[in-house]
Structures are given as C-alpha cells and as structure tokens.
Design a protein around this ligand. Structure first.
Ligand code: FUB
Length: 453
C-alpha cells in the first residue's frame, strides 16, 4: 500500500514537472555553452551548437536566441560560423558576447588552419549581426589552452577577457575591444583559488578548475564561476575583492547532473532577478555531444555566498505577457516537441514539424477583454492534403480555437498565408499550435502567426 502511494506521488510529481517544463529552453536544435548578454531591455543568448547526432564536438556555428520574458525564446539562427574567419579550420566552441559604445563583440574559440587553438573576435553594429572579423587573425593565440572566453567590463570601464582549459588566463582589452593590453596573466592554479580536485591524482589538474570561466560582479565582490572537474563536470565558484585576485574557492554551485559530461556556467542580472544558465543532455537524443542550454533563477545569501542548486524544470512564470495582435515568429517558443529550426533566404528563420502531433507552446499570451475574430499564419507543406495546424488554448488538448488547413506549397521556399475564424478567447492564456497529419517527416513549415480583432 505504502509502495503504491509512493509510486503515485512520483508519477504525480513527474507529471506536474513535465507539464511545467521550461528546461532545456531551446528544443529545436542542440545548444551548449550559454553566453547571455543583457542589452536594452532584452536578453541576447548566444550559444554554441552541437550538430544533430554528434559523436564528438561537431560544432560549426554560433546561434542567437532572444527573450524579454524569460520563457518565450525567439530563434535568430546562426549569427556567426567558424568559416567566417579566413583562418578558421573547425571547432566553433564556447562564445562570449558584450556590447561597448554601440558595437557588439563576439569572442570565439576556433582551431586554426595550423591546428592551433586561438580566440577570435567578431564585431557587428547590432546584436543580430552580421559579425565580421576585423583582425583577420586570432586576437589571442597563446597556447592550446585557448578556449572558453568570458568578457567583463569593470565599473571603471576597463575590459578583461578570461579563458582557458586546464588553467585560467586573463588579459586586459583595450577600449577598441579587439586588441589586448599588457601581458597575459594566469590565475595561480592553487587549492586556495580553485579547491582541491577529488578523485585520482592529476598532475596537470591539481584543482577543480577545468574550463568555462564566467566573471560577474555584485556588491564589490568579483565572482569567477567555472566548469569544474573531475569529469563529469560540476559548476564551482571563487570570489575575490579585486579582478586581479587573489581568488578564494567558495565551493560547488551545481553538482554533476543532467547527463552531459561537460557543463558551462553564465550568470546575468535581468529585471531585478539573477539568472544562472548552464547546459545538460536534457532533450530527447541528448548526450555529452548533443547538449541543451537551461536557465533558472538563483539567489545570493547576505554574505555574498550562494547555496548549491540542482537543475530544475526552469522558470514557470513569464516576466511579461505577449501580444497576439502583433506578428509573432513561429520560432518564438516556450516549449515544443517534434519541431526543428530551419532557415533560408526566402523567409529567414522558421520551424519544420517533424511528426504528427508536433506542437509549440507560447506562454502568457494576452488576448485582452475582447476576443479576436481570426488568426492568420504563414505555412507550407510538401504533402498534398490532410495536414492541419490546430490552435488551442491552455493545453495540447485544450479548447480548440481554430484549425488551419496547411496547403501543398511544394517546399520551404514557397509559402502561403492561411486564415481562419477563431472561437471566443480572452485573458492571458498559453497558446498551443498542434500539427495533425500523415506520418512523414517535414510535415509542414511554419513561419509566423497573428491574431486579428
Ligand atoms: O562546447 C565545446 C566545449 O565543451 C566547451 O568549450 C567547453 O566549455 C565544454 O562545454
């Protein structure tokens, strides 16, 4: 009896957390190594990108996602590729992003044509790109430890880059943000700075510091978060009263969990809250080479310490509502299943339904007090008939608001606008787009939607 009861509790809590799942925050591609940047009221999340079915770090480009409510994320596709650097050979690994004086900088590790690791910089006039390589060579080419950059501008305006595996380097950046100033320094890899490594003795890695540094400042305390070893990684952190150290190890922020043997921290303040980004293997097909970025809120204790946290199902409440009366890209998603991210020159970024029952959830859509009368969507299909897009409220099988027939357009380079009347709907609701149709993959293409009154 007691066992049945416990099983019931487990099933109920699993069911509830599944329904509320927000993590991983991107479901239409595998993403890793989060590099969020807050600019002008929005979060710009740059990520690295694991190619589907990877069995190694097969990573060719860096992607961008944005949000202003922390639950609905808009996919802007690949904004930079290693091949955009003339000297780049492979390995579009963990990026870093920052804005200075109206220009946007991406710092990216790349393996060059001599098989040496280095860190390149690319600059753009807006956060969406196009990003170009102003140097034509790596900004830093120090050693094969040159991966995982983090950039930070201190309150006095001095910029720094931190990076490295298996030790952590740092250097000043000039105001131009594309050249370094002074000597590259290494944070002493001491037990005091990074804590003693557990497990087998490792001469090269005596401390927990592994890779993926992230620098953050709060109440005059500098924080250095990092991916910590031994592998599988956890997240650790150290603090200092000065950006130049000495750093003092403070312990684990997140233990090893989530099915990926790497993890990678990033912390931002946004709209009065503090958010911790990391990655795991949480999507179907997930692994150490098919990772996914997650985010959850964290809090600091009064003395500046942070209690250890476990991975959660993510952020439940949107920070603001979304208007259905403005065009919303189909790739603005709180949660989805069975959709993949695509892009082409005709419509830019869009999503493709890979199976019958594929769905997209958009959270906190505010219909107001007067119901809309119609919905319009730009869609396409390579199938002749029987493909439809159901629009539902509150749940995948919630109230049916409209059914849009998806016409045969013949390819994702050909699109049609379809329109339908809608059932009465008011207030703030979650919206579900559910694909119905025969089984083959690439059932339909979906570019945007819009309600009208
Ligand atoms: O994504 C490739 C590598 O895996 C990153 O550079 C490391 O931080 C680890 O996440």
């Amino acid at each position: 009896m007691r066992r049945t009861f416990s099983l019931l509790i487990v099933l109920i809590s699993f069911g509830t957390s599944f329904l509320k799942a927000q993590n991983p925050i991107i479901q239409t591609a595998y993403t890793a190594d989060p590099a969020p940047m807050v600019h002008d009221g929005k979060v710009y999340l740059y990520t690295s990108h694991d190619e589907d079915n990877s069995t190694w770090f097969t990573m060719d480009d860096w992607r961008l996602y944005t949000t202003d409510d922390m639950v609905n994320w808009t996919d802007h596709g690949a904004v930079l590729e290693y091949s955009d650097f003339d000297w780049g050979l492979k390995n579009a690994w963990a990026p870093a992003a920052i804005e200075r004086d109206g220009k946007f900088y991406l710092y990216v590790p790349i393996t060059d044509r001599n098989n040496q690791n280095g860190i390149g910089v690319a600059v753009a006039n807006n956060p969406y790109g196009p990003f170009i390589d102003p140097l034509g060579k790596p900004m830093v080419s120090n050693s094969n430890a040159d991966i995982d950059p983090a950039v930070f501008i201190d309150d006095d305006g001095q910029a720094y880059m931190f990076w490295g595996n298996p030790v952590c380097y740092f250097v000043k950046l000039r105001e131009d943000m594309i050249t370094t100033e002074g000597e590259i320094q290494q944070i002493p890899n001491t037990i005091e700075a990074f804590g003693k490594r557990e497990g087998e003795k490792n001469e090269r890695r005596p401390t927990t510091y592994e890779e993926g540094p992230w620098v953050y400042k709060r109440n005059d305390i500098y924080y250095l978060f990092f991916a910590a070893g031994p592998i599988p990684e956890h997240i650790g952190y150290s603090t200092s009263k000065s950006i130049n150290g000495p750093w003092k190890y403070q312990g684990k922020l997140m233990p090893t969990e989530g099915g990926s043997f790497t993890n990678h921290p990033a912390i931002i303040d946004y709209k009065g809250k503090t958010y911790f980004f990391y990655h795991n293997a949480g999507l179907p097909g997930g692994s150490g080479f098919n990772r996914s970025v997650c985010v959850q809120e964290i809090e600091f204790n009064e003395d500046g310490s942070i209690d250890q946290v476990n991975m959660t199902s993510g952020i439940g409440e949107a920070l603001k509502t979304l208007s259905p009366y403005r065009k919303t890209e189909a790739e603005t998603i709180a949660w989805s299943e069975g959709f993949k991210a695509k892009s082409n020159e005709v419509v830019g970024n869009f999503v493709t339904a890979m199976k019958d029952g594929a769905y997209i959830k958009v959270k906190a859509v505010d219909f107001g007090e007067t119901s809309p009368v119609s919905i319009t969507a730009r869609v396409g299909s390579v199938h002749n008939n029987n493909v439809s897009l159901e629009v539902r409220a509150d749940a995948r099988d919630g109230k049916l608001l409209a059914t849009l027939d998806v016409p045969l357009t013949g390819g994702d380079d050909r699109w049609k606008l379809v329109k339908s009347e809608v059932e009465e709907i008011t207030g703030v609701r979650d919206l579900f787009f559910v694909v119905k149709g025969p089984a083959p993959t690439q059932l339909m293409f979906f570019d945007y939607w819009l309600f009208s009154r």
